[in-house]
Design a protein around this ligand. Structure first.
Ligand SMILES: [Zn+2]
Length: 84
């Protein structure tokens, strides 16, 4: 079985995307295009799914939905800083 063919980035025109995919461990670009999350099962993400423009921008970088961003970075909003 020749698996080497799959190693060729034939459909990749952006080397940076390859690098990010390797670093992130997920095909982020496809995930984001499809409105999914790289970290959980959420699959209907829209701009409305995010708290603000910064979170949307973060999604385009990390591919994580609002909830996962909160889990990952921690929620620093005042009034919700009480981890039980
Ligand atoms: Zn998520």
């Amino acid at each position: 079985m020749d698996t080497m063919d799959t190693m060729n980035p034939t459909n990749k025109s952006q080397p940076m995307e390859d690098l990010l995919a390797i670093l992130g461990g997920s095909p982020r670009k496809e995930v984001i295009t499809e409105g999914r999350c790289t970290s959980c099962e959420t699959d209907s993400i829209t701009e409305d799914s995010f708290r603000d423009a910064l979170s949307i921008k973060e999604y385009t970088i990390s591919g994580m939905c609002q909830k996962c961003q909160d889990d990952f970075f921690g929620v620093s909003e005042d009034g919700h800083g009480d981890p039980n």
